[in-house]
Design a protein around this ligand. Structure first.
Ligand code: LLP
Length: 418
């Protein structure tokens, strides 16, 4: 459910016509709906209300925009960060350090030190080596780092290979069979307070069974550790719940996910932590674009839009589907290829797709672009870095300005010896 709807024949974000934003800011532009983001944050929390103790850490990587983080901070969310850059964003948005979890397979010593200085709540360790290093950095500072051990449960999340993280060949976590001995060794290190386990098997998960299996395995491991006299008070179950990208697609939603988690974890007696990203932000944003021209093709016409793979990389990178719709649909339909202006064939949003008929100058949107959209944008082909807007009822504001190619050029230098 989202708040991008047709009103009197034109597409709106809440009470603001998308055409008005496009006219003022230009295109391409991401537009987020505050009401949609808030709704998703509440629905996810509500879905977990049967659990006695819950910590919600929004996966910043899915949408790190400061205004989005501020909204989620107000909803009581902490953050899951994977770099010092993300950590500083979460702190800048007002999230308390104690509510921030530091994930990621390549935290540098410097990042760990910065995180300790910021009073970060939890490090999700991805290896014994990382734990040893963190313990040493903490000891030098005279503090104790709170940590969990991320375990690779060797479960196939049945999602796209590039966003699957829980199989043994993936780089994430420690092997399930070695986790107990590593946890035991890390638990006695001065400078480190091991308080639990973490798992995350992938993203855009549309079948709950792999997660159920992975969580059950984590429960078994938790019991093994406790039997050995080791303390486990926190269990971080990661993120990964998928969202519908196509009209009419039905997937297990937060309620089904919450029920599954409640069932698996019912006798855990631990704080259950979550790192949702896409399920909060995915449907909360669209990418607005203008049709540059329609060019005849061998089979179907090419609708060339002014958004490109640098603005929304998911179709090029993961063959991802984003629904396309006209901002002012006429009711007519065409079968077309939708492409951007970038000089490679991967700059294709859709092939032979049945879409609203559009002509040069028309506006269109790619839907469900709030997660892994703007955050993965780049400036390939010396294009601008795409701006972001947030709508709230009949108000709207630019929440990230367009970074023009001239600004990027101005940061480059030609050495005097050239
Ligand atoms: N926690 C950890 C440790 C993660 O690695 C991720 C995502 C999340 C939480 C959040 O997962 P979510 O709830 O958003 O599924 N760029 C890709 C997605 C990459 C996800 C990486 N990790 C895409 O556009 O589909």
């Amino acid at each position: 459910m989202d708040h991008f709807e047709l009103k009197n024949g034109a597409l709106y974000a809440e009470d603001v016509p998308l055409a008005a934003i496009a006219a003022a800011v230009g295109t391409p532009v991401y537009v987020y709906s505050r009401a949609t983001l808030t709704r998703h944050a509440r629905v996810f929390r509500e879905a977990l209300s049967a659990l006695p103790r819950v910590h919600l850490a929004f996966a910043v990587k899915s949408n790190p925009n400061l205004a989005v983080l501020k909204l989620l901070a107000k909803e009581g969310y902490g953050a899951d960060v994977v770099s010092a850059g993300e950590m500083h964003r979460a702190l800048a948005a007002g999230m308390p350090g104690a509510d921030i979890v530091f994930s990621g397979v390549g935290k540098t010593g410097r990042e760990m030190a910065e995180a300790l200085d910021a009073g970060l709540g939890q490090f999700n360790l991805e290896s014994e080596e990382e734990g040893v290093e963190l313990a040493a950095i903490a000891a030098v500072r005279g503090v104790v780092a709170t940590a969990t051990l991320r375990v690779n449960p060797d479960v196939d999340a049945k999602t796209h290979a590039k966003i699957s993280t829980g199989k043994s060949e993936n780089k994430f976590g420690v092997p399930y069979d070695r986790a107990a001995e590593i946890y035991a060794r890390l638990s006695v290190m001065p400078g480190l307070m091991m308080r639990g386990l973490a798992v995350h098997i992938g993203s855009q998960i549309t079948d709950l069974e792999p997660s159920r299996l992975a969580f059950a395995k984590m429960g078994d491991l938790m019991r093994t550790l406790r039997e050995q006299g080791l303390s486990v008070t926190h269990m971080d179950l990661g993120g990964g719940l998928g969202v519908p990208y196509r009209v009419g697609e039905t997937l297990p939603g937060p309620a089904e996910y919450g029920a599954m988690v409640a069932e698996v974890t019912r006798d855990w007696d631990a704080t259950i932590m979550f790192e949702p990203g896409r399920v909060i932000t995915g449907n909360g944003g669209v990418l607005v674009t203008e049709v540059i021209r329609v060019k005849p093709g061998a089979v179907n016409p090419f609708v060339v839009v002014d958004a490109a793979m640098n603005d929304l990389v998911r179709p090029a990178m993961y063959d991802a589907w984003h629904d396309f719709a006209a901002v002012q649909p006429t009711g007519e339909r065409i079968t077309a290829n939708i492409v951007g202006p970038i000089c490679e064939s991967s700059d294709t949003f859709a092939m032979a797709r049945d879409v609203d008929a559009v002509v040069a100058g028309d506006l269109g949107v790619f839907r469900t672009a709030g997660a892994y959209g703007a955050t993965m944008a780049n400036t390939y082909n010396s294009r601008a870095l795409v701006p972001e807007v947030m709508v709230d009822g009949d108000k709207w504001a630019i929440v990230a300005e367009r970074i023009e190619p001239a600004t990027i050029l101005a940061a480059e230098r030609v050495p005097e010896w050239l």
